[in-house]
Design a protein around this ligand. Structure first.
Ligand code: SF4
Length: 96
């Protein structure tokens, strides 16, 4: 595994946002994030029912496994997760 990069940006400016209709829980974000912002888990019944038809098919195909943002306050806006996600499921949103 390659060494994780660090980031000099301050945390708390942005948070990663995961598109539930795209994420397939491949965990590239978990591997590249230097700050352990993500974990892989299984979407809830409510989250599954909110998916599009295509999203439901994808969820069925990977057992509902997806990435979850468990420590949003630690995000340093390095963009590594956005670049690493093979499903283009992650964007960075501003903290409200
Ligand atoms: S941009 Fe992504 S990889 Fe970088 S710190 Fe934030 S969550 Fe982690």
């Amino acid at each position: 595994m390659s060494e994780k990069k660090s980031c000099s940006e301050k945390s708390g400016r942005v948070v990663p946002v995961i598109d539930r209709n795209r994420c397939e829980g491949k965990a590239d974000c978990v591997r590249v994030c230097p700050y352990e912002v993500f974990e892989i888990g299984v979407i809830s019944a409510d989250q599954r029912s909110a998916l599009s038809i295509r999203g439901k098919l994808k969820a069925w195909g990977h057992g509902g496994k997806q990435a979850f943002v468990v420590q949003p306050n630690l995000c340093h806006a390095c963009n590594l997760c956005v670049e690493a996600c093979p499903e283009n499921a992650i964007s960075l949103g501003s903290v409200s």
